[in-house]
Design a protein around this ligand. Structure first.
Ligand SMILES: [Mg+2]
Length: 120
């Protein structure tokens, strides 16, 4: 059975890049949330194995969404996708409990390795 990843990102480009990077792997894209709030709804619906979470999004940003996701499931597996190495932001994310990070743009193999790391 394939493992499911939920993409929470306001960029359709990132959603496409993740989908493309996972073609032919044992990962399946379970859904796409275009902002933090919609992403949480998608998580409740799909209970995806791993979430890729953008930081900057309308309505609810990635840090706020991560807090809520950890409330829903303390063991939720999140990979935070960030565009730049903003140390303050990354430290805030670590404080919330996020352990996995990926810088955009990413190589398919790097995403696959991160998913495996987060899933285990
Ligand atoms: Mg964004």
């Amino acid at each position: 059975m394939s493992k499911k990843v939920l993409v929470i990102d306001d960029s359709p480009f990132v959603f496409k890049a993740v989908s493309k990077a996972l073609e032919g792997t044992d990962w399946e894209v379970a859904g796409h949330g275009l902002d933090g709030q919609l992403g949480i709804e998608k998580y409740i619906e799909t209970r995806a194995d791993v979430i890729t979470l953008d930081v900057t999004m309308p309505v609810m940003d990635g840090l706020e969404a991560a807090k809520k996701l950890f409330e829903i499931n303390p063991k939720v597996k999140i990979i935070m996708l960030s565009a730049m190495g903003d140390e303050t932001l990354l430290n805030q994310a670590r404080t919330i409990g996020i352990k996995h990070f990926l810088t955009k743009p990413f190589q398919p193999a790097t995403l696959q390795a991160k998913l495996a790391e987060a899933f285990e």
